[in-house]
Design a protein around this ligand. Structure first.
Ligand code: PAF
Length: 282
């Protein structure tokens, strides 16, 4: 596996790959790989001639007071894990390489980026959209792989790609969970044992809502109440717990069509998100 730090070398490597007629799958990441990242790499490996993984802790998607400095970083460990997934190129640029002096462009996706995490973390999705647009421009992948745990991010990136006519297909891969249901996240390392135990309530809350829907309930309020009850029993007061359209994140008041149940909550020192697609039982 080749490790590339400069934008120019990454562009040359990608251009040579395309000149050989080979397809490129890109897995954008901020590193600190867990099984969720590895599942994206594995999907990219099976569907493309070449796999590029970007590893960049993107400063512009962290707000003031967020965990940019504390965000886990382990380039050597990540490089070993990516190599074991048969990744061809690990693109690990510095912040100065991605945002040189004078950098002045921001990509803002209106609508889907303005609610849920966009409202809770102002500017977050501007940072995501800007860096993803840059990565797509540098690597020019045929397909890019994102985890469904960041369901809103997937919608933001899909909108970006559609609006700017970027020639890349977006693949959303299923959420990978720990044995007890906690969605895998690089931020899970912030959980102390007590918070780690309570954090399983997020997945349990989503399951409780799903169970209520499976029993025939479609109204949003009872569905949300089932989830809220599970969170409250673990002392978790969600930052948001909402039912939204999976297409454009507009609020929905009934699960008559598939609906996205999304939750964000602070548990101990970690801010966690999770989600589930709910479908009415027929
Ligand atoms: O999901 C992430 O790890 C990041 O938001 C991404 C897509 C790599 C952009 O920095």
């Amino acid at each position: 596996m080749k490790i590339v730090h400069s934008v120019a070398e990454m562009q040359d490597t990608a251009a040579a790959t395309r000149a050989r007629g080979e397809s490129i799958g890109l897995v954008p990441t901020m590193g600190s790989f867990h099984a969720g990242h590895l599942s994206l790499m594995s999907a990219a490996r099976t569907q493309n001639d070449r796999v590029v993984v970007s590893l960049f802790v993107n400063p512009t998607q962290f707000g003031p007071g967020e965990d940019l400095a504390a965000y886990p970083r382990d380039l050597d460990g990540d490089a070993r894990l990516a190599a074991a997934e048969d990744v061809d190129v690990l693109f690990a640029p510095s912040a100065a390489e991605m945002y040189p002096d004078g950098f002045a462009t921001t990509v803002h996706v209106a609508g889907v980026a303005d609610v849920l995490d966009g409202a809770a973390r102002p500017g977050h999705f501007d940072g995501v959209a800007t860096v993803v647009a840059k990565l797509f421009s540098i690597v020019a992948p045929d397909v890019a792989y994102f985890g469904q745990k960041d369901a809103q991010q997937v919608l933001v990136v899909r909108r970006l790609v559609r609006d700017l006519n970027l020639p890349v297909r977006i693949e959303a891969c299923p959420i990978v969970r720990e044995a007890d249901g906690l969605a895998m996240s690089s931020r899970n390392v912030y959980l102390d044992p007590e918070a780690r135990a309570r954090a399983t309530a997020l997945n349990q809350a989503l399951s409780a809502a799903e169970a209520v829907v499976a029993l025939g309930e479609t109204r949003a309020e009872p569905v949300l109440a089932a989830a809220r009850g599970v969170l409250a029993a673990s002392g978790i007061d969600p930052e948001y717990l909402e039912l939204r359209s999976p297409d454009d994140l507009t609020p929905v008041d009934a699960v008559t069509e598939p609906a996205l149940l999304a939750v964000a909550a602070r548990v101990g020192s970690a801010r966690l998100i999770d989600n589930r697609m709910l479908e009415a039982s027929r």
